[in-house]
Ligand binder design. Structure first.
Ligand SMILES: NC(=O)c1ccc[n+]([C@@H]2O[C@H](COP(=O)([O-])OP(=O)(O)OC[C@H]3O[C@@H](n4cnc5c(N)ncnc54)[C@H](OP(=O)(O)O)[C@@H]3O)[C@@H](O)[C@H]2O)c1
Length: 308
């Protein structure tokens, strides 16, 4: 099969197309013929991270058809269409995924739609659940045009939604998704009306500004890979709360809620209430170009790779 790995750390240019033996599904795993691969900011960051072991393999969301089941797997047959997370390499024509986390793709939904919806949608719903956002509350979504952020903007509609992004060129896209106000990050400190909740996909040096946008008693959910330093006095002075979120822990500790979220995502897609937007599709061999789009912070929605 063909796959993409990297043998030195660096930018998108380190990604290499290689041939490799077909993987075998281990206990509890499915082997999937991959039709679509989700490109994510954590994956893009991993190639530059000196702590990523070499040769570097990127895991993440895939969608495609089941080829075979490993020992102990029941309920799946060859040809079943699923989307799932691969921890052993998603940038490939064939990927192994844990069967327990595989989600069946409903009829009529394409692999590209599935890969743009499920993982990012899970993060978005988990962020909303963690914030316990009420219908009467206002919310600031940062990284609002990202794969996760553009779904969050749609899911938060019906209340005051402020969308923050890196460029004013994203404003029309975000308004069309339902944002009431769109700001660039440099304008966040000038927001006149504070928000009850911040759902932060960005973090880093901007975290203090995002905390500053909260009204007294407000809550920030921190689910990004940008790091940052919390100004603790801001929490004290404004009685504010910051909560971290990883999907791995959310799924492990709240399995019923996770399953409920998954059903809700498929239901909302079918009803036309949630629209995953695909910014661009690239063939697998152009993985570097896909990463470059995200590094340039150009994407409006999800970036997807296609092996075939
Ligand atoms: N907690 C979890 O379990 C979990 C799971 C999945 C994803 N996430 C997080 O969700 C966030 C969004 O991820 P995604 O995969 O949806 O994003 P994505 O589709 O890859 O979009 C990337 C966007 O993020 C923004 N961004 C902010 N800082 C950036 C930087 N330093 N370099 C490049 N882009 C930057 C850019 O938009 P602007 O220029 O408009 O800001 C860029 O267009 C990430 O922080 C990711 O770590 C968390």
């Amino acid at each position: 099969m063909r796959r993409v790995r990297f043998h030195s750390h660096g930018g998108p240019e380190v990604l290499r197309l290689e041939t490799a033996p077909d993987p075998e599904p281990g206990p509890g795993e499915l082997l999937v013929r991959v039709e679509a691969i989700g490109v994510t900011l954590p994956g893009v960051r991993a190639t530059r991270n000196p702590r990523t072991p070499l040769p570097g393999v990127l895991g993440g969301e895939v969608a495609g058809a089941v080829v075979a089941s490993g020992p102990g797997v029941e309920g799946f047959a060859p040809g079943d269409r699923v989307t799932a997370l691969s921890f052993t390499g998603s940038y490939a024509e064939l990927a192994t995924v844990p069967a327990a986390m595989a989600s069946r793709i409903p009829d009529g939904v394409t692999a590209v739609e599935a890969v743009a919806l499920v993982r990012s949608g899970h993060v978005a719903l988990a962020a909303l659940a963690t914030a316990a956002l009420r219908p009467d509350e206002s919310v600031l979504v940062t990284g609002a045009a990202s794969g996760v952020g553009h779904l969050l903007v749609q899911l938060a509609r019906g209340r005051r939604v402020v969308a923050a992004a890196g460029s004013p060129a994203k404003a029309a896209f975000l308004r069309e998704l339902g944002a009431d106000e769109v700001v660039t990050y440099d304008a966040v400190p000038a927001l006149t009306d504070g928000v009850d909740v911040v759902l932060d996909a960005v973090g880093g040096d901007l975290l203090p500004d995002f905390l500053g946008a909260l009204v007294p008693g407000g809550r920030l959910v921190f689910f990004n890979s940008g790091g940052g330093t919390v100004p603790a006095y801001e929490l004290l002075a404004g009685s504010k709360t910051i909560t971290g979120l990883t999907m791995r822990r959310f799924a492990a500790t709240q399995p019923d809620r996770y399953a409920d979220h998954e059903a809700r995502l498929w239901r909302m897609l079918a009803a036309g209430e949630l629209r995953p937007v695909v910014h661009a599709e690239f063939p697998l061999e152009e993985a570097a170009a896909a990463h470059a789009v995200i590094e340039a912070r150009e994407n409006l929605g999800k970036v997807v790779l296609r092996p075939a």
